[in-house]
Design a protein around this ligand. Structure first.
Ligand code: SF4
Length: 216
């Protein structure tokens, strides 16, 4: 276990990713609440820590808190979060989910978080995923994919293709805010593609669960 104070001394993102800083979610969340590692701490209303099941089937990573989330202190409770929840409910993926973000403080005017801000917040993301051990990770949007895996491509080219993070399957999907701006349900529309991605996630989850119960 590495002391939190050592974090600032770590120059290499690669090294930081291999280390574990927090032994429990409680300690991690307490550190987040006090965090001022990046510029976003100066503009936030409050830190938005993760919520949901702590032994989840699925962990969903968004980009950053929106205005409502900054106000309420919870991720995925704004319009786009509610919309994503409806989609998860429709494919029965909703009961056992953990919600988090690439950065935990709202960027001013909902701008994209900078590379420095993502890097500063990454130890929280990595450690919480190691602690909750989801069966599958959903990355909502290109920022979440880049934040977790370092893969920097458009979400259009990434979505629907399985990635791997520390042995866990990762599915990139469109961010729900983008889907709200693109409401078409026609074949090959972003919404239609997201349905296909969520169905693929559902099928994979069933296979993982069947494999685990077979081993027990
Ligand atoms: S975004 Fe992350 S690293 Fe930056 S101040 Fe908030 S919790 Fe700390």
């Amino acid at each position: 276990m590495v002391k939190q104070t050592q974090l600032f001394e770590l120059q290499s993102d690669d090294i930081a990713q291999k280390l574990t800083f927090y032994s429990s979610l409680e300690k991690l969340n307490q550190a987040c609440i006090r965090c001022d590692r990046c510029f976003l701490s100066q503009k936030r209303h409050q830190v938005v820590i993760a919520r949901g099941e702590t032994q989840p089937d699925i962990a969903i990573i968004g980009e950053a808190p929106e205005k409502k989330e900054d106000k309420l202190g919870q991720p995925f409770v704004g319009d786009s979060g509610k919309f994503l929840m409806k989609m998860l409910q429709a494919v029965k993926l909703d009961p056992n989910v953990y919600f988090t973000n690439t950065v935990r403080c709202r960027p001013p005017n909902n701008r994209k978080p900078s590379a420095e801000e993502i890097k500063a917040c990454k130890p929280y993301l990595i450690d919480e995923l190691r602690l909750v051990k989801p069966k599958i990770i959903l990355c909502a949007g290109a920022t979440a994919v880049a934040g977790l895996t370092g893969k920097r491509e458009s979400i259009t080219s990434l979505r629907g293709k399985w990635l791997n993070w520390e042995g866990t399957a990762v599915m990139p999907i469109f961010h729900p805010a983008y889907l709200l701006r693109n409401p078409s349900l026609q074949k090959d529309s972003p919404k239609w593609q997201t349905w296909q991605d969520l169905i693929a996630v559902k099928l994979k989850l069933e296979r993982i669960s069947a494999l685990k119960s077979h081993r027990c």
